[in-house]
Ligand binder design. Structure first.
Ligand code: URA
Length: 440
């Protein structure tokens, strides 16, 4: 079989066969198909789509391209469950949710991704913590999930390796925003992780891959349907991504905000709503709680009691990070050389944000990737980000920029100003929880 024929088939709008997809998956895994041919096929899929059938074959093929974890011998006294986000800007929910869910009695083996396009990645963020093993061997991963209840790690070479390579190529070829490719990529990792249930955070808005509610619903339904076929019970929450989630965006700044949240020092309301809703849905999808109201109360207790912060601290220590990280995080995290406010042009209400541009500004600062394998500056980004509906002007900047030089600080500041629309009227309120979808 020639891979050029596979590309041609999809380029001409025809469906790929099981053999074609099998060829793609093995060529991705052993690198026998070069990146230029993979990216060409990715673009053909992006433009011409894939049927539900093709996406399901790709999902299972990529899931089985490496080790598929099995937790049955651990004899856990709770369900093995996870959440996954389709990607946004400032999305640090994973660091909050994994320990909260563990404090509620779940086991969360979270295999996260790196930054993709303009969105940040949990693996990149966790690597800000000195000593933290983001790619542990399976023995350590299992041990931490078993003893702590959660472990947030990156995608190792053993887990869904076909997706790992495909994801990295899509990241730098503008082929991310495709329903079948996102479905297959996410579920391949989740099926390989041996989950019993999954909650999806499908982001919608100007900083998400799906900008409209119909597009996001289509993606949610595709993920729920494909997951059910593979025996993975999945619920999805559509959440608003028309502005940065929380007060920070940028790798180590988001870790700081996560610790402040878990220690009850500061819980930004939109970030809080998304985190609590997703955690509560994990308790509902697994049957641990009968309804969302009870589940929410359980989640609130796990945060307020400090149990979730304790789980986070233990997870960091067990994975090689500093045991006193939660208490002394500022001594461990990298700090940027230049820290300056970004003032708005004029005074008024922040009425809308082109959130993708904020993500692009972080790439410009060095906090995200332009090309495959690029290393990151973890210290850069934005903090104290203004939210839609807030008055900005001389007394309240749009954000504080953290940069490695005056020049990049200025570039990022002007990108942020361009991303933010200021007006004299208050904009309509955007609900952060847009919809909740469950299998039909
Ligand atoms: N997250 C993933 O894991 N894969 C995608 O393709 C998009 C978001």
């Amino acid at each position: 079989m020639l891979f050029t024929d596979v590309i041609r088939t999809k380029r001409d709008g025809n469906p790929l066969t099981e053999a074609d997809i099998g060829f793609l998956v093995s060529g991705l895994s052993d690198a026998s198909i070069p990146a230029e041919q993979i990216s060409s096929l990715a673009m053909a899929i992006f433009l011409n789509g894939m049927s539900f059938e093709e996406a399901s074959i790709l999902t299972l093929g990529m899931a089985r391209s490496g080790t598929v974890l099995n937790w049955s011998d651990c004899q856990f006294d709770g369900p093995v469950v996870d959440k996954h986000s389709t990607g946004g800007v400032g999305d640090k929910v994973s660091f909050l949710l994994a320990p909260i869910a563990a404090a509620c009695g779940c086991y969360v083996p979270m295999i996260s991704g790196r930054g993709l396009g303009h969105t940040g990645g949990t693996t990149d963020k966790v690597e800000c913590i000195p000593g933290y093993q983001s790619m542990p061997d399976f023995d350590l991963f299992r041990r931490v999930v078993k003893t702590v209840g959660c472990a947030v790690i990156g995608q190792t070479n053993e887990l869904a390796p076909a997706d790992k390579r495909f994801y990295a190529i899509r990241d730098v070829t503008s082929t991310v925003e495709s329903v079948p490719l996102i479905t297959a990529s996410i579920l391949a990792k989740k099926i390989a992780a041996g989950l019993e249930a999954l909650v999806m955070d499908v982001k919608v808005g100007s900083g998400a891959f799906m900008e409209s509610v119909p597009q996001a619903s289509e993606l949610a339904k595709s993920i729920i349907g494909t997951a059910s076929r593979a025996g993975l019970k999945t619920h999805a929450i559509l959440t608003d991504m028309n502005e940065v989630l929380g007060d920070t965006a940028g790798n180590s700044l988001e870790i700081v905000e996560s610790i402040e949240y878990l220690t009850n020092a500061h819980r930004e309301p939109r970030l809080d709503a998304v985190t609590v809703s997703l955690c509560a849905e994990m308790l509902v999808v697994t049957g641990m709680e009968a309804n969302r109201q009870d589940a929410t109360a359980t989640v609130e207790r796990a945060i307020a009691s400090g149990d979730a912060a304790e789980k986070f601290s233990k997870m960091v220590g067990e994975l090689g990070g500093p045991p006193d990280f939660v208490e002394n995080y500022s001594a461990y995290l990298p700090a940027a050389k230049i820290v300056v406010p970004v003032t708005a042009v004029g005074e008024g209400v922040l009425s809308s944000v082109v959130t993708q541009k904020v993500g692009n500004a972080i790439i410009e600062l060095g906090g995200g990737r332009r090309v495959l394998g690029e290393s990151l500056d973890h210290s850069v980004g934005f903090s104290e980000i203004a939210h839609i509906g807030e008055v900005v002007g001389a007394d309240k900047p749009l954000a504080i920029v953290h940069a490695s030089s005056e020049e990049t600080a200025q570039i990022a500041a002007s990108m942020l100003r361009e991303a933010c629309q200021i007006s004299s009227d208050s904009p309509p309120k955007n609900d952060v929880i847009v919809d909740i979808l469950t299998p039909e």
